[in-house]
Write a protein that binds this ligand. Structure first.
Ligand SMILES: [Zn+2]
Length: 68
């Protein structure tokens, strides 16, 4: 699984990481330690944020990528 940092729609810094819910396998735990993903816990509910910005610390439910 390739997880790439996305650009934050708020601060514009490419530090958006995916928020992962549910059971996290070992390689995902390593990625979380490196700050590549954020583990949101094991409870899965509707409307949970899917992205977190490492720069401004905000969570986003949907990632809106502006078109070039
Ligand atoms: Zn941001």
């Amino acid at each position: 699984m390739e997880l790439k940092a996305q650009k934050c729609p708020l601060c514009g810094v490419q530090e958006m990481i995916p928020v992962i819910y549910g059971y996290a396998p070992f390689d995902l735990l390593l990625r979380a330690e490196k700050g590549e993903v954020f583990l949101g816990g094991t409870s899965i509910e509707e409307g949970q944020p899917q992205w977190k910005c490492n720069n401004c610390g905000r969570f986003f439910v949907d990632l809106e990528v502006p078109k070039k």
